[in-house]
Design a protein around this ligand. Structure first.
Ligand SMILES: NC(=O)c1ccc[n+]([C@@H]2O[C@H](COP(=O)([O-])OP(=O)(O)OC[C@H]3O[C@@H](n4cnc5c(N)ncnc54)[C@H](OP(=O)(O)O)[C@@H]3O)[C@@H](O)[C@H]2O)c1
Length: 271
C-alpha cells in the first residue's frame, strides 16, 4: 500500500489527511495519508530516513526543505518554496491551486488591479500566479516593510507588471483595487475575531479572496459580503493544491475525475 503524508510544525489541525483520503476513496486507490509532526531540528532526520511515496510540506519547512532535494520543478525554483515532494523532487502546487480556485469561482484576473495582503510564502505563490495571468497591477501590503520591498523586487525582476507597496489605510479608502487577496494568517482559527484589513470602503465591484479556510468564512470575508463584495474562501485553493499533489504522485489527471463538491462537503463537515 502506498504511503503519503504532510509534515509541519504544528500539524495537528491539518485537513490534508481528510482531503487525500477522500481523493483515494473516490478514485478507488488503497493508500494512506498521515500527518507527521516534524520540528525544525528534526527535518534533516526526517528527510534522510522517511520511506514515504510522497509528501506535502507546510509551515515552517517550505523553504528549509529545499537543500535536501535533488531537483526542483520550475515554479518551485522561481517561488523558492516547496509544498509537494515526489522522489526527491520538489514542487509548488500552491500557485496553481490559487489559479484553479479563481477559475472555480469565476474570478477573472487578467488586466485587474490586485492587492496582496502579506509578503510570505503564500503571498509569493499568489504573486507568481498573478504574473502568469498578466494582471494590470499588484499592490503589496505587509506589516514588515522590508519583506514587502523584497517581494516587490522579486515581482519586478520577473515581469513588467506595475507593482508597489501601500499602507492598510490607503487600500481602505481608494476602492480602485478590484481583487484583494489575504495571504496572512490573520483571522485564522483560533484568532477568528481579527481581520487583516478594516473594510471601510468596499463595494460590490470588488472581490475579496482569503487563503484561510479555517474558519471557512473569516470575519473579514463576512464583513466584505455584508458590504456587497464577492467573496472567495481558501478551501478551493486548498483542495486544488492537494489534487495537483495527487496528480504528481499518481502520474494521472486525478483533478479531472474527482467530484470536487463532495470533497468540499467532506472537508466542511470536519471544520
Ligand atoms: N488555502 C491554501 O491552500 C493555502 C496555501 C498556503 C498558505 N495558506 C495560508 O496562507 C497564510 C500565510 O501562509 P504563509 O505560508 O505565507 O506564511 P508566512 O510565510 O509565515 O507569511 C505570513 C505573512 O503574514 C504576515 N503576518 C503574520 N501575522 C501577522 C499579523 N498578526 N498581522 C499582520 N501580518 C501578519 C507576515 O508579515 P511579516 O512579514 O510582517 O511577518 C507575512 O507576510 C496562512 O494562513 C496559510 O494557512 C493557504
Amino acid at each position: 500500500m502506498k504511503r503519503f503524508a504532510v509534515i509541519g510544525d504544528p500539524i495537528a489541525h491539518s485537513l490534508s489527511p481528510v482531503l487525500h483520503q477522500e481523493i483515494y476513496r473516490q478514485i478507488g486507490v488503497e493508500a494512506v495519508y498521515e500527518k507527521v509532526h516534524v520540528s525544525p531540528d528534526k527535518l534533516s532526520d526526517f528527510m534522510n530516513q522517511n520511506e514515504l511515496d510522497g509528501f506535502n510540506v507546510t509551515i515552517p519547512h517550505k523553504t528549509t526543505v529545499i537543500p535536501f532535494l535533488n531537483k526542483l520543478d520550475e515554479s518551485a525554483e522561481i517561488i523558492g518554496a516547496v509544498n509537494c515532494i515526489s522522489r526527491g523532487k520538489g514542487y509548488n502546487t500552491d500557485w496553481g491551486g490559487f489559479l484553479k480556485a479563481m477559475e472555480f469561482n469565476d474570478v477573472e484576473l487578467t488586466e485587474e488591479n490586485c492587492v496582496i495582503l502579506g509578503a510570505g510564502g503564500a503571498a509569493r505563490a499568489v504573486a507568481y500566479a498573478l504574473i502568469k495571468t498578466k494582471v494590470k497591477s499588484i499592490t503589496i501590503v505587509n506589516r514588515t516593510e522590508e519583506k514587502a520591498v523584497s517581494l516587490i523586487q522579486w515581482i519586478k525582476s520577473r515581469s513588467d507588471i506595475r507593482v508597489d507597496s501601500s499602507s492598510l489605510e490607503h487600500v481602505n479608502t481608494s476602492a480602485r483595487e478590484h481583487v484583494i487577496i489575504n495571504c496572512t494568517p490573520v483571522g485564522m482559527w483560533p484568532d477568528t475575531e481579527s481581520v487583516p484589513l478594516d473594510l471601510k470602503k468596499i463595494n460590490e465591484t470588488q472581490i475579496l479572496v482569503d487563503t484561510i479556510y479555517n474558519p471557512l468564512e473569516t470575519k473579514w470575508l463576512k464583513q466584505g459580503k455584508e458590504q456587497g463584495a464577492k467573496i472567495v474562501d481558501g478551501l478551493d485553493m486548498f483542495i486544488a493544491q492537494g489534487l495537483a499533489s495527487a496528480d504528481i504522485w499518481f502520474g494521472e489527471n486525478i483533478s479531472e475525475i474527482v467530484d470536487i463538491e463532495i470533497i468540499r462537503d467532506t472537508l466542511i463537515a470536519t471544520l
